[in-house]
Design a protein around this ligand. Structure first.
Ligand code: PBG
Length: 324
């Protein structure tokens, strides 16, 4: 052993460890995903995501105010409508629950907290797919783009600073950019779910949004086996004008996140999804792991892998334990 072969030297005191710590998570790096449901008079717990609820309009406003006070980087809204139809028309309707929620959250937080909208049809369609269907039952890519264009404009009209197309349709970023620009929303940003995998980790989310889906999303979401394809998807989204790109889920895809971060010339987000939340919550409930340490460790790992921005259902709680 040479005298230099002693990396433990830099671990001897907390202050030394702090001096050489490479990765920092700040509240501004965190985005809180929230669900707002139509027609509730009290928040409704999501059993597979202990601590997460479907919000009423009232409690949504409160959650947004708390997120702003905690110094978060943003809030991402998902809508849970009480009715569904074949084309997901509630997504485009200015009085649809998601657009109402966006308007109220924006009124609450102004420009202090970036307000983001999930731009996808699955919560609004009666078949639960992320797009509209062709007569043969397949998801019709180009017909879906037209609905996404209207949906994104409705979200920007409602006050969203950022729209986040998550449906993995080809050309969605370019089509939405053109629609936003044509409607005068040149400053509304697009956070593209560029590499979104067909994942078992979305299980609890399906309960969270009362998903109507039977079957799966494998004709549009990516095969978990594929990493190169994620780079192709990202390259296309960047060429179409994505302002930020995202990898989802996070923990099983840290290699993909790392390569997307190396490729991207825009900020990179990663989504610690519902199943990641459920898995950690369940183990912690049983006393098998420590919740606070596990949350910070996973979020730090996601950040270390290359995420500038992390969507996590723990965003507000975690932020209160972090330096600003
Ligand atoms: C689709 C969408 C999903 C999630 C975010 N946007 C579900 C899916 O693709 O089936 C999952 C989020 C999570 O699991 O936390 N609009």
């Amino acid at each position: 052993m040479f005298p230099t072969d002693r990396p433990r030297r830099l671990r001897t005191t907390p202050a030394l460890r702090r001096l050489v710590s490479e990765t920092e998570v700040r509240p501004r790096n965190l985005v809180l995903p929230v669900f707002v449901a139509e027609g509730l008079d009290a928040p409704k717990p999501i059993s597979s995501m202990p601590g997460v609820v479907q919000h009423t309009r009232e409690t949504l406003r409160k959650a947004a105010a708390e997120a702003a006070a905690a110094g978060l980087g943003g809030i991402m809204l998902f809508g849970v409508p009480s009715t569904h139809d074949a084309t997901g028309s509630g997504a485009v309707d200015p009085d649809g629950i998601l657009n109402v929620g966006l308007r109220e959250v924006r009124a609450e937080v102004g420009d202090a907290l970036p307000v983001m909208a999930d731009t996808c049809l699955d919560e609004f369609t009666d078949h639960g797919h992320c797009g509209v269907l062709a007569p043969d039952g397949s998801v019709d890519n180009d017909a879906t783009l037209e609905v996404y264009a209207d949906m994104a404009v409705a979200q920007a009209d409602a006050g969203a600073h950022v729209v986040a197309p998550s449906g993995m349709m080809d050309g969605q970023v370019g089509r939405i950019r053109a629609a936003l620009d044509a409607a005068g929303h040149v400053d509304t940003a697009i956070l593209a779910y560029s590499a979104k995998y067909a994942s078992a980790f979305y299980g609890p989310f399906r309960e969270a949004v009362d998903s109507q889906l039977r079957g799966d999303r494998r004709t549009y979401q990516q095969d978990p086996a594929n990493a190169r394809e994620a780079l192709r998807e990202t390259t296309l989204d960047l060429a179409e004008g994505a302002d930020m790109v995202m990898v989802k889920p996070a923990m099983a895809y840290l290699d993909v996140l790392r390569s997307v971060a190396e490729l991207s010339d825009v900020p990179v987000a990663a989504y610690q999804v519902s199943g990641e939340y459920a898995m950690i919550s369940a183990a912690a409930e049983r006393g098998w792991i420590d919740l606070e340490r596990t949350v910070l460790e996973t979020v730090t790992g996601i950040r270390r892998a290359g995420a500038d921005i992390i969507l996590t259902y723990w965003a507000t709680e975690l932020a209160t334990r972090l330096d600003r």
